[in-house]
Design a protein. Structure first.
Ligand code: SF4
Ligand code: SF4
Length: 204
């Protein structure tokens, strides 16, 4: 990623004229998370907590223990005018998974039971994922698990224009950048950013 003041969404050549994508609701991307995480940011947590009618700090604490875990995250930042930037590494929140197939707690009978309140990462897949739209290699790797991405590579599915893709990808970038700045302000102490987390969650 680059300096936000000149941040430009990079699209792989293949996606410069748009992306085709129609989810087939197979639920495969909601399980088997050994290869990755579903990251959640403050807005995602607020929306989910509201949807699940979580009340007060103790409610949030229980919600976090059951559904969330602390995961590693990173962000490349270069100060405006600086010659070089650096990649910062810090903690973030992701979904805790369950069962032998490591599925999301909210996947029941192969359906997302929090569809209208699902996190940005779930809503934005794949057009808002910078790491997919800027790399055909990553896109192909993810397609091994996702039939809709396989179709997409053959230009099958609903059409999303370049403008739509850039809008979603920008939203992802801004969300990650905002979280980076909040963490930086709190000396990268996630317990200060999310006071409802218990210290035990850092040791898991
Ligand atoms: S793996 Fe692909 S097709 Fe299946 S639910 Fe996820 S996005 Fe949809
Ligand atoms: S919130 Fe819904 S879409 Fe997202 S991983 Fe869980 S079940 Fe899948």
């Amino acid at each position: 990623m680059t300096d936000s003041s000149s941040h430009k969404i990079e699209l792989a050549k293949k996606f410069e004229n748009g992306v085709y994508f129609s989810c087939e609701m197979c639920g495969s991307c909601c399980r088997g998370f050994k290869e990755g995480e579903v990251y959640l940011y403050q807005d995602d947590i607020d929306t989910l907590a509201k949807h699940l009618k979580v009340k007060g700090t103790s409610g949030l604490r229980d919600f976090a223990k059951k559904y969330l875990k602390v995961v590693n995250d990173s962000f490349f930042w270069k100060k405006p005018g600086a010659e070089r930037g650096k990649t910062y590494r810090f903690k973030s929140l992701g979904f805790r998974f369950t069962g032998d197939d490591e599925h999301c707690h909210f996947l029941i009978d192969n359906k997302c039971t929090v569809h209208e309140a699902r996190p940005f990462q779930c809503r934005a897949f794949p057009i808002g994922w910078n790491m997919l739209i800027n790399s055909v290699k990553n896109f192909k790797n993810y397609s091994k698990k996702c039939p809709a991405l396989q179709n997409s590579l053959e230009n099958k599915g609903k059409y999303y224009s370049k403008e739509e893709i850039v809008k979603w990808a920008n939203e992802e970038y801004e969300m990650e950048k905002n979280y980076f700045f909040i963490m930086k302000k709190h000396n990268f102490n996630i317990l200060k950013v999310y006071p409802f987390l218990s210290k035990d969650m850092l040791r898991e």
